[in-house]
Design a protein around this ligand. Structure first.
Ligand SMILES: [Zn+2]
Ligand SMILES: [Zn+2]
Length: 146
């Protein structure tokens, strides 16, 4: 989705984010499934402010037991975007448009948890037989389990 810079005013405008999922936003085994984001923007002089709020849904697997799961990540991110060649800032604009897709991709990556667990108490897999111990005891020696 492109935002036309000339249409960004000092009053806040909100839009539903349109973003076509490419599939390479996250590294395997995680994949972006859906987004429900709203972009609010306005300008303060030459500085353009973007605020993204809403949720993104990610398909992933538990790091410990490898069960598939779905993560719903709450998003609330602000960006301050400056004219090209402004020193010491992270985000720039140039030309007529700002490409919102680039921000969406970054938001998805930044909001992924470092560790994905189906449950804080996930028991993981048996080191001997590979059974998912969340579904019950596999019968192997307790000493052989994680
Ligand atoms: Zn798990
Ligand atoms: Zn076992």
């Amino acid at each position: 989705m492109l935002v036309n810079i000339s249409e960004i005013t000092e009053s806040i405008t909100s839009k539903k984010v349109e973003y076509e999922i490419v599939g390479d936003e996250l590294s395997e085994p995680s994949a972006l499934k859906a987004q429900d984001l709203t972009l609010s923007y306005y300008r303060a002089g030459e500085t353009i402010c973007f605020r993204f709020t809403g949720t993104v849904t990610v398909d992933s697997v538990c790091d410990r037991c490898l069960d598939e799961l779905e993560l719903e990540l709450d998003i609330d991110e602000d960006y301050y975007i400056f004219p090209e060649n402004t020193p010491d800032v992270d985000y720039f604009y140039s030309g007529e448009f700002i490409d919102v897709d680039e921000y969406v991709r970054e938001i998805v990556v930044m909001n992924m948890p470092g560790k994905v667990l189906c449950d804080e108490e996930c028991k993981g897999l048996c080191s001997k037989c590979g059974a998912n111990l969340n579904y019950g005891d596999c019968g192997c020696d307790a000493g052989d389990k994680f």
